[in-house]
Write a protein that binds this ligand. Structure first.
Ligand code: SF4
Length: 330
């Protein structure tokens, strides 16, 4: 049984102007200890997906159909207490801004110890020992001193290490990290990502890494999903997707990487921008920006077609698969 199974997930936001779908028919699985990257431009639905998994969507967002199973349990059907226990004990979420996790008026020690005492039967002294051990694991200098400090007394990199330590406090099976290094300097970003990778490997923790940074995804994850306008448009082993992207949108993301630009010339761009959720084009939502657009792209949603170990939602792939099938039959 996979650790996490997301099936045909639709998420709607009920607005005054009508309901808009932020996620459409999202399906994937995650095995224990596996690291999955979720990429796409802003507005693709990456963060909504992260919040939907732990059922933390804020109103007016809600899951309108589909399911999320964690170790076989349907998270939407759990009692609030049971759901809170899974969220606290088994699934942790790490946000871009550490201050979304840290309480500015409590010391780091108080926050970590309270978290442990709320979820585990242990003495305060034992909770302090566990908190200290986790700070050591995330390689914070002078961990004893940090327990008595407030978040504002620490640098951005150190705060994010503490958030990771808090994420690991209860030995979760799954961490969902939403742009965990975007707010940090480039040199610190690499250190934090290395740290997360090592900690996940050492503790066999599964990771869903939500990011727009394809470089980070290629270094850290084993599998990846590419999202566009609330849908998965390509998914497969990270190496295969990165080295041989099939969907025109994924190809555009790869071409837009700085290392793909000719020195002295402008960076490559995907023309146009992501459509607003209330105005998703009919057929393939990428059709206004796609250089290979065909008539069918304006009429029908592209189905998923298998290509090697990847799945791609593009009519070009579906047509070439159909052609191959017909050739075989002849
Ligand atoms: Fe382009 Fe059509 Fe493929 Fe969409 S389905 S990516 S518009 S070729």
């Amino acid at each position: 049984m996979p650790l996490l199974e997301v099936n045909n997930l639709d998420v709607c936001f009920g607005l005054r102007s009508g309901a808009v779908k932020a996620l459409r028919d999202v399906s994937f699985t995650l095995e224990r200890g596996e690291r999955l990257g979720v990429v796409g431009e802003s507005g693709a639905g990456k963060s909504v997906l992260g919040f939907s998994i732990i059922n933390l969507l804020s109103r007016p967002g809600h899951i309108s159909s589909g399911s999320v199973h964690f170790e076989g349990k349907d998270l939407a059907s759990l009692a609030p207490g049971e759901l809170r226990s899974i969220r606290g004990n088994r699934i942790s979420m790490i946000f871009q801004d550490p201050m979304m996790t840290l309480n500015p008026v409590l010391t780091i020690g108080v926050q970590m110890i309270e978290c442990l005492l709320a979820h585990r039967r242990m003495s305060k002294a034992d909770a302090k020992r566990v908190a200290l051990k986790k700070l050591q694991q995330v390689q914070i200098p002078s961990p004893e001193k940090r327990l008595d400090q407030y978040p504002h007394e620490l640098s951005g990199g150190m705060r994010q290490r503490i958030v990771i330590a808090i994420g690991l406090l209860l030995d979760p099976d799954l961490i969902i990290a939403d742009e965990p290094t975007t707010a940090l300097d480039v040199t610190i970003q690499a250190e934090i990502m290395d740290l997360m990778l090592n900690l996940c490997e050492q503790n066999n923790v599964a990771l869903i890494l939500i990011t727009h940074d394809l470089g980070v995804v290629s270094q850290v994850t084993q599998r990846m999903l590419v999202m566009y306008a609330g849908r998965i448009i390509e998914q497969g082993p990270t190496k295969e997707v990165i080295n041989d992207a099939q969907h025109p949108y994924t190809q555009g993301l790869m071409n837009a990487l700085p290392q793909m630009a000719i020195p002295g010339q402008k960076l490559n761009q995907i023309k146009g921008s992501m459509p607003p959720l209330q105005d998703i084009p009919k057929g393939c939502s990428f059709n206004p920006r796609c250089e290979y657009v065909m008539d069918i792209c304006h009429q029908a949603l592209p189905p998923f077609t298998r290509s090697g170990n990847c799945q791609v939602a593009c009519h070009m792939m579906a047509e070439s698969a159909q052609d191959k099938l017909q050739l075989k039959e002849v």
